[in-house]
Design a protein around this ligand. Sequence first.
Ligand code: PLP
Length: 359
Amino acid sequence: MDIKIVPLDESQLKQAPEKDFGFGNLFANRMFIQEYTAGEGWHDAKIGPYEPLVLDPATSVFHYAQEIFEGTKAYRRSDGNINLFRPWENMKRFNQSAQRMAMPVVDEEDHLDAILQLVELEHEWVPSVPGATLYIRPTMIATEPALGVHASSRYLHYVIVGPVGAYFKGGFNPVPVYISDTYRRAVRGGTGAAKTGGNYAASLFVGEEAKRKGYSQVLWLDAIHGRYIEEVGAMNIAFVYEGQRIVTPPLTGSILPGITRKSVLTLGADLGYETAEEMIDVHEMLADVESGKVTEVFGCGTAAVIAPVGKFGFQDKEYLINNNEVGPVAKHLYDELTGVQTGRIEDRFGWTLTIEANG
Ligand SMILES: Cc1ncc(COP(=O)(O)O)c(C=O)c1O
């Protein structure tokens, strides 16, 4: 793929901030974008100024939500270079999501090349502050300007990037989680395993309810039995039994196959923990929290990496986990994962792709 690099003029070149990044409100100066037309394929790839899209009000994505996205990060290493973490997995998942949503796939090599070129051009936007990173958001939207429920004949594929700080305002501290007894995020056979906007839209109502009740995330149960644990907020979830056994629900079709989840399973086993993928009944899990058999619970995802859960709220009762403190397994995995991501710890799994940006 030939990517045209559009030069930016002075007024389009903002200085990258050095701190106070927040999460998801700041964007670098440039973006990658390409177009798809049925019969022609992908064309007009370019990296140009970060700018608004002008779309017809009838554009199909606004009505039928045919869209997908990804989320990955670029990490500043202590030697000044930049690491991407398992970007190949994100590319694969992007295309799996595309297929589920009846969208065209992208060439994985080209897509990765677009990200590499964009990050290289915007390397000054990769923060050097510990814990801060450059968030990378590849997206594809259906752009046919016509009503009528069918797969679009036109698409835009673009990548935007921006510096982010900690996902949770409280940093690496336990979060309170609300277990929804009534609403479900996704169902087997539906779109839960795809990274598509509708899944997130469906989660907002309960997310707001949870916030009103004082919780920061929602634990989702399966939609068929209403009892098997699936995910927490926009993260996968793991339980630690007796300090040494890490268990996460299996990928049954309604759960997003998280790259952090996959890494926790590999890394956990490598660090000497027992790891397993098993169905977890919410009632049994809560009884195990009460008896002390479950010693830790944590969410895992790109944004927060590891997010310890301090308590669950379910049917007007609260269940405290590890005395609402960060547990040793969550801390261990967090340190190891962020260590590999930032190059502090040797990458023994070949997970990182380093971009030379050192001078
Ligand atoms: C619904 C959902 N589950 C799980 C994850 C975690 O996936 P990953 O570790 O690849 O970021 C995410 C975030 O991408 C998500 O949106």
